[in-house]
Design a protein around this ligand. Structure first.
Ligand code: PMP
Length: 404
């Protein structure tokens, strides 16, 4: 017999949303999740871009089990040589060994600092940028989300989201994602620009090639570091392992998390040894963490990386994203935008979107909206989703749209 945890969920789990989905999921496998009542749900959001290789991928499970047989946490970050952690750092560096037309003045990225989350990767990168440049100004985009803690929250481009937590960090300027004129706001006082090539929580906003190249040039000109937040776009989701590969530019710092862990918590900020080296001295231990790069998370992340490369999930993401765009045609859908399997279907209003999402869940398909865009449906399934499963999901969305 199943015991429902629903009542305790509302009574004892700190609630931070007026509308939690509150589905009680007992187990998940591949692209499907199963409720305590046995109901099957097709997962079209992957836990917000986390389960990119699907839930409980057998190779991820094996890597975790193998690591558990060896050791779990040993000592705070960076003191012991832990094989799995080092292997992952090397494998990530290999994915970043990319020649581009607009390189970074610091050369290729070959150093990885592991964190527990995307937010912590952002915090670490901010500290690195301040330390390296001796500057304190940061630039981020309106309606961007980069994390929950005070520093990362300061970068958020939503006043609505930030206002009740002020004062936050000074020296933050927001620019409009994609607007070349706004790049003049990057000056010799700016430590770093932090940006997503495809803005996620603003509802999937794709930057043009021209804009990203102009951004790279402006950063180099002003001695500003270019931090690419690839927390949602990375690990194959937009059609290449890293989204920047499609733009011919190379960043100074790359951030990763979410899909990186194959379902386990892990993140990273990555830079060249020249940049990262400033965290070593003055004071000694310039940035520290107890759990960052936990061996079990590293094992899972290494398996996810290998699956993504071996199964060529990046190119699959492009083809599958195109299929979704051709299938999701309905008078109620204004447009489907996105890259790879990072998509948004725009509707007429939040009310209609909410009704559609509720109806989809009733019909066994999980989708949701975006933090700073409430008229668009998030579509970001595991990259391993099959063509039949895509058709199943799109049919349900179209049926839901017919009934609301
Ligand atoms: N950057 C981006 C682009 C994100 O979407 C998120 C999470 N939604 C973060 C950073 C923060 O990651 P985390 O929730 O793992 O701290």
């Amino acid at each position: 017999m199943h015991i429902s945890h629903r009542q305790h969920f509302f009574n004892h789990l700190a609630q931070t949303s007026d509308y939690p989905l509150a589905l009680e999921i007992e187990r998940a496998e591949g692209v499907y999740m199963y409720g305590t009542d046995g109901k099957r749900y097709l997962d079209l959001i992957s836990g917000i871009g986390v389960s990119s290789v699907g839930h409980r991928h057998p190779e991820v499970l094996k890597a975790i089990h193998d690591q558990l047989e060896k050791h779990m946490h040993l000592l705070v970050y960076g003191e012991f040589v832990q094989g799995t952690q080092v292997q992952l750092a090397k494998a990530l560096s290999d994915t970043l060994d990319v020649q581009t037309s607009y390189p970074s003045p610091f050369g290729l990225i070959d150093n990885v600092y592991f964190t527990n989350s995307g937010t912590e990767a952002v915090e670490g990168a901010m500290k690195l940028a301040k330390r390296y440049t001796g500057r304190s100004g940061f630039i981020s985009c309106f309606n961007a989300y980069h994390g929950a803690t005070q520093g990362a929250l300061s970068l958020s481009g939503s006043e609505w989201f930030k206002k009740s937590f002020r004062p936050l960090l000074p020296g933050i300027t927001n620019i409009k994602h994609g607007l070349i004129e706004d790049l003049d706001k990057i000056t010799e006082k700016t430590a770093a620009v932090i940006i997503e090539i495809v803005g996620a929580e603003s509802g999937i906003r794709i930057a043009s090639n021209e804009y990203i190249i102009a951004l790279r040039k402006r950063c180099t000109e002003t001695g500003t570091l270019l931090i690419l937040d690839e927390v949602q776009t990375g690990y194959g989701r937009t059609g290449t392992f890293w989204a920047f590969e499609q733009y011919g530019i190379y960043p100074d710092i790359v951030l990763s998390a979410k899909g990186m862990g194959g379902g386990m918590p892990i993140g990273a900020f990555m830079a060249s040894q020249k940049l990262m080296g400033v965290l070593k001295t003055n004071p000694i231990l310039g940035h520290i963490t107890t759990f960052g790069g936990h061996p079990v998370s590293c094992a899972s992340a290494l398996a996810a990386l290998q699956i993504t490369l071996n199964e060529d999930l990046s190119s699959q993401a492009t083809a599958k994203g195109e299929l979704i765009k051709t299938l999701l045609v309905h008078p109620r859908i204004k447009e489907v935008r996105g890259k790879g399997l990072m998509l948004a279907a725009e509707m007429e209003s939040f009310e209609k979107l909410k009704e559609t999402i509720d109806k989809c869940i009733e019909l066994g398909v999980v989708t949701d909206w975006f933090l700073f865009c409430d008229n668009s449906m998030r579509i970001a399934p595991p990259l391993t989703i099959t063509e039949d499963q895509i058709r199943e999901g799109c049919d349900v969305i179209l049926t839901a749209l017919d009934t609301i």
